[in-house]
Write a protein that binds this ligand. Structure first.
Ligand code: G3I
Length: 448
C-alpha cells in the first residue's frame, strides 16, 4: 500500500472533522478514501471501465483510493485470440486511477477461469505451458511497469480441503507454477507488490491453512511473495469469527494482507433488518483489517448493487455491496465509515413520532408483547427500529410484523418490508410472544 502524500494530508486534515452526514442520498463527508488514508489503509473497489462516467465515475473517484479492474485485465479479456491484444479497458482504468490519485491492483495473471478459449482448448507440453505463462506475465506486467501498486499474480489455487486445484497450470507444471509465476512477475515489475488471492480463506480453516503453509514455504525458499489476498465473498450472518486472527497469522509470516473482493450477500428481498445486520458485518470486516498493521486495506467487489456479480451467479441473492442500484449509500456504507473512524449521525426521529410497549396477554411463563409506533399529524417515518432492554430476564420468541433480535437482555426490532412507513397522524404495530419468570416489568422502549 502506498498512499500518496497528498492523499495522506487530505486524510489528516479530514480527521479534524469526522462528522458524517446522515444516511440519505448522499454519502459521507469526509469520503471513505480520506478516512482510510488517515488510517494508512486502502479502500478500493472493483470497477467496470465502460461505466466510469457520471455518478458511477464520481463515486469511484471520490470515495475510493484503490481500483481493481473487475474483468479487464484477465487473460481472456486482454488476449481473446492468440497474439491479438485488447488493452482498451485496462488502459482506461489505469488512466482513470492516475487522474484521480488512486492506486491500481492488477487482477489477475494466472487463474483457471476467464482464460481465452485458444489457451484452454489447446494441447500443450509442460514446456509450452511454462513459456505461455511466463510470456503472458512478462507482457502484461511489463506493460504497466511502475504504474500498478500490486498484482494478484495467482488466483484461487486451492480446493476447499486445502489440496491444490486441478487447473491447466497445476496439471501441466505442478505446484511450482506458483513460484514460477511470482518470479516472472517480480522480474517484470520489481516495484509491484505480488499477491496470491483466494476465496473462503477469510477464517482459519483447511483452505486458509494450506495457503498459510504455501506462503511460509515460498518465503523460506526466497520466492518473491509480498501479500495474501482474502477475497471475502461473504454471506450475511456468516462472517468468520476468526477473521482478524487469520489476518494476523499471515501478517506474522512477514507478508501483507489485503481484503480484495469484499461483498456480503443476502437472500432477496432485502429488509431493513437485513441491511442493518449487513452494516454491522461490513463494520466488523473492515475493523478486522484496521486492527492489523500489515492489513493494507479493503476492496469491495463492485461498490453498487447494479454492478455486482452476485445476482447472476446466485439467483435470488444480492444487495451485497455498499450502494444500492441507484447509487444511494446503504447502511453497509456507514458500516465502512464507522470502521474507518468516521462518525455517523443518524437521521433524527421526528419529535411527533414515538413507540409504546404493552403486554396485552400474559400466562404462567409466557406473554404476548405489543409495540405501536405512532406519528402525530405533521410527522412521518419511512423506516423504524425499536430497541429496549429487558429488566427481568424476559426473552423474545416469535415476532410478527417486525424482525426482532435479542442479544443478552437487549432487543432490537426493525420494520418488515411492508410496514416501514408510518404516515402523518398514523400508526403501525408489531407483536411477539415471549417468556418470563418471576416478574415481567414493562421496559422503556426507544424509537430510532
Ligand atoms: O462481456 C460479456 C458480454 O459481452 C455478454 O453479453 C455477457 C452475457 O453473459 O457476458 C459478459 O461477460 C461476463 C463478464 O463477467 C463481464 O460482465 C461473463 O458472462 C461473466 O461470467 C463474468 O463474470 C465475472 C466473474 O468473475 C467470472 O468468474 C464477474 O464479472 C467478475 O466480477 C468475477 O470476478 C471474480 C474474480 O475475478 C475472482 N474472484 C471471484 C470473483 C467473482 O466470481
Amino acid at each position: 500500500m502506498r498512499p500518496s502524500l497528498s492523499t495522506l494530508l487530505t486524510g489528516i486534515a479530514a480527521l479534524a472533522a469526522l462528522l458524517v452526514t446522515a444516511p440519505t442520498a448522499h454519502a459521507a463527508d469526509p469520503p471513505l478514501r480520506d478516512l482510510a488514508a488517515a488510517k494508512g489503509k486502502a479502500i478500493g473497489t472493483a470497477v467496470t471501465g465502460s461505466k466510469l462516467t457520471g455518478t458511477y465515475g464520481d463515486i469511484a473517484a471520490g470515495e475510493f483510493n484503490w481500483l481493481t479492474p473487475g474483468n479487464a485485465m484477465k487473460w481472456g479479456s486482454v488476449e481473446p485470440t492468440r497474439g491479438n491484444f485488447n488493452w482498451t479497458e485496462a488502459d482506461q482504468i489505469v488512466a482513470f486511477a492516475e487522474a484521480h490519485d488512486q492506486d491500481v491492483r492488477g487482477h489477475t495473471l494466472v487463474w483457471h477461469s476467464q482464460n481465452p478459449s485458444w489457451l484452454t482448448n489447446g494441447t500443450w507440453t509442460p514446456a509450452q505451458l511454462g513459456t505461455l505463462m511466463n510470456d503472458h506475465i512478462a507482457l502484461e506486467v511489463g506493460r504497466y511497469k511502475g504504474r500498478l501498486a500490486a498484482w494478484d499474480v495467482v488466483n484461487e489455487p486451492f480446493n476447499e480441503d486445502g489440496t491444490y486445484r486441478q487447473t491447466v497450470w497445476y496439471n501441466g507444471l505442478g505446484a511450482d507454477y506458483i513460484a514460477q509465476a511470482l518470479t516472472a512477475a517480480r522480474a517484470a515489475d520489481p516495484a509491484a507488490r505480488l499477491y496470491i488471492n483466494d476465496y473462503n480463506v477469510e477464517g482459519v480453516n483447511a483452505k486458509s491453512t494450506a495457503l498459510y503453509n504455501l506462503v511460509r514455504d515460498l518465503k523460506a525458499r526466497g520466492v518473491p511473495i509480498d501479500g495474501v489476498g482474502l477475497q471475502a465473498h461473504l454471506i450475511l450472518g456468516q462472517v468468520p469469527s476468526t477473521l482478524q486472527q487469520n489476518i494476523q497469522r499471515f501478517a506474522d509470516l512477514g507478508v501483507d494482507v489485503a481484503i480484495t473482493e469484499l461483498d456480503i450477500r443476502m437472500q432477496l428481498p432485502s429488509t431493513a433488518a437485513k441491511l442493518a445486520q449487513q452494516r454491522t458485518e461490513y463494520d466488523a470486516v473492515v475493523k478486522a483489517c484496521v486492527a492489523v498493521t500489515r492489513c493494507t486495506g479493503v476492496t469491495v467487489w463492485g461498490f453498487t448493487d447494479s454492478d455486482s456479480w452476485i445476482p447472476d451467479t446466485f439467483p435470488g441473492q444480492g444487495a451485497a455491496t455498499p450502494y444500492d442500484e441507484n447509487y444511494a449509500p446503504k447502511p453497509a456504507y456507514y458500516g465502512i465509515v464507522t470502521a474507518l473512524g468516521g462518525t455517523v449521525t443518524e437521521p433524527p426521529v421526528p419529535a411527533g413520532c414515538s413507540a409504546a410497549y404493552s403486554v396485552p396477554n400474559q400466562w404462567n411463563t409466557g406473554f404476548t408483547g405489543n409495540v405501536t409506533i405512532s406519528c402525530a399529524a405533521g410527522s412521518s417515518l419511512s423506516s423504524w427500529r425499536v430497541t429496549w432492554t429487558f429488566g427481568a430476564g424476559q426473552q423474545v420468541g416469535q415476532a410478527w410484523n417486525a424482525t426482532c433480535t435479542q442479544t443478552g437482555a437487549a432487543v432490537s426490532c426493525a420494520n418488515a418490508s411492508w410496514n416501514g412507513g408510518v404516515p402523518s397522524g398514523g400508526s403501525v404495530s408489531f407483536g411477539f410472544n415471549g417468556t418470563w419468570t418471576g416478574s415481567n416489568p414493562l421496559p422503556t422502549v426507544t424509537l430510532g
